[in-house]
Design a binder for this molecule. Structure first.
Ligand code: HPA
Ligand code: ZN
Length: 317
């Protein structure tokens, strides 16, 4: 059993019953009304056409995450869910710009609500949780700068900055300035890269954006020099196998490179990415990884240790 998770989007972790209830209360969808509707018609349980197609479904989360009360509840329930899956330490991430785009909720109030929910969940379960602040690629470089300013103004709330969203249309170089400022302010960096893109984007994430960890990074396997670099510099890949299969970032479970990356000595973890859309918790994710990649219990223990060791450190302020 894995007890540490590094890559889970809080703003894409709604329970199906909570999501259905919020949709009904706010009338934001004509046909998704019940828990069964969410599971059968909203959850992505088979490969879609592309990552972009999957990301386009996230708008429903934006439409229901409208108040502090709702954000507090979703954060609390996420910690409860994480605890039920056997996790003891988790890094949750969310995008302030994504969460507030529809609601126009003040970013500071949204953060406060999320922190209250996490704190309630942690008190009830004993789960240790930390937050990562996401810069959403799709809102461009001005919003990226605003997100860095926000993270710097709330340094005590975040252990790191992340870059997420559509990497194909909003590539890494656009964000070099924003992430330089984040690093100068002392933030650790993780970047979603090499998910639906090739190894050259992972090189950029490391060399131009200063990433110490990479979200996904699975296409690194295509470049032996890059694999060597990841091993040498202990750069960690936060791998999310179900997400990779269902966004069609890999063609099938059989072609997923997690086993090859692990065998090459790359530091990796297993993660859920977006439980509210893929319908899978970490316990099920691990069961699938065992089946697909033949991981033994000692190998899973090694993966768990790598996740724990590569947690972002809480910084001295
Ligand atoms: N990739 C990029 N952005 C995301 C993802 C992902 O897998 N999940 C949530 N935001
Ligand atoms: Zn992600």
């Amino acid at each position: 059993m894995l007890t540490t998770e590094l890559h889970r989007h809080l703003d894409a972790s709604l329970r199906p019953d909570t999501l259905a209830e919020l949709i009904r209360a706010q009338g934001v969808h004509p046909t998704l009304r019940t828990t069964e509707d969410i599971k059968e018609k909203f959850w992505i349980t088979k490969p879609m056409g592309s990552l972009k197609e999957v990301l386009d479904c996230f708008v429903l989360f934006q439409k229901v995450l409208t108040t502090e009360t709702i954000l507090e509840r979703v954060a609390r329930e996420t910690i409860e869910d994480v605890a039920r899956e056997g996790i003891k330490t988790v890094e949750l991430r969310y995008s302030p710009s994504f969460v507030s785009e529809y609601s126009q909720l003040d970013w500071r109030l949204a953060l406060g609500a999320i922190e209250r929910g996490i704190s309630m969940g942690s008190k009830a379960t004993g789960v240790q949780a930390r937050l990562i602040c996401i810069i959403s690629r799709d809102y461009g470089s001005n919003t990226a700068d605003k997100t860095v300013d926000f993270a710097v103004a709330h340094k005590e709330s975040f252990v790191a900055l992340d870059l997420a969203g559509n990497e194909v249309d909003y590539p890494n170089p656009i964000f070099a300035g924003a992430l330089r400022r984040a690093r100068d302010a002392g933030f650790s960096i993780t970047v979603h890269s090499g998910e639906a893109t090739g190894p050259e984007t992972v090189w950029q994430a490391i060399d131009e954006l200063g990433a110490q960890r990479i979200g996904h990074g699975i296409h690194s396997i295509k470049d032996p020099e890059l694999v060597k670099r990841l091993v040498r510099d202990r750069i960690h890949l936060e791998v999310c196998p179900t997400s990779n299969v269902n966004t069609r970032s890999v063609a099938s479970w059989g072609e997923h490179p997690l086993r090859r990356l692990f065998d090459a000595g790359v530091r990796v973890s297993i993660n859920t990415d977006d439980p509210g859309i893929f319908g899978v918790g970490l316990d099920e994710e691990v069961a699938r990884a065992k089946k697909a990649f033949g991981f033994s219990e000692p190998e899973l223990a090694t993966i768990n240790s790598m996740a724990f060791e590569d947690l972002f450190k809480v910084r001295e302020i």
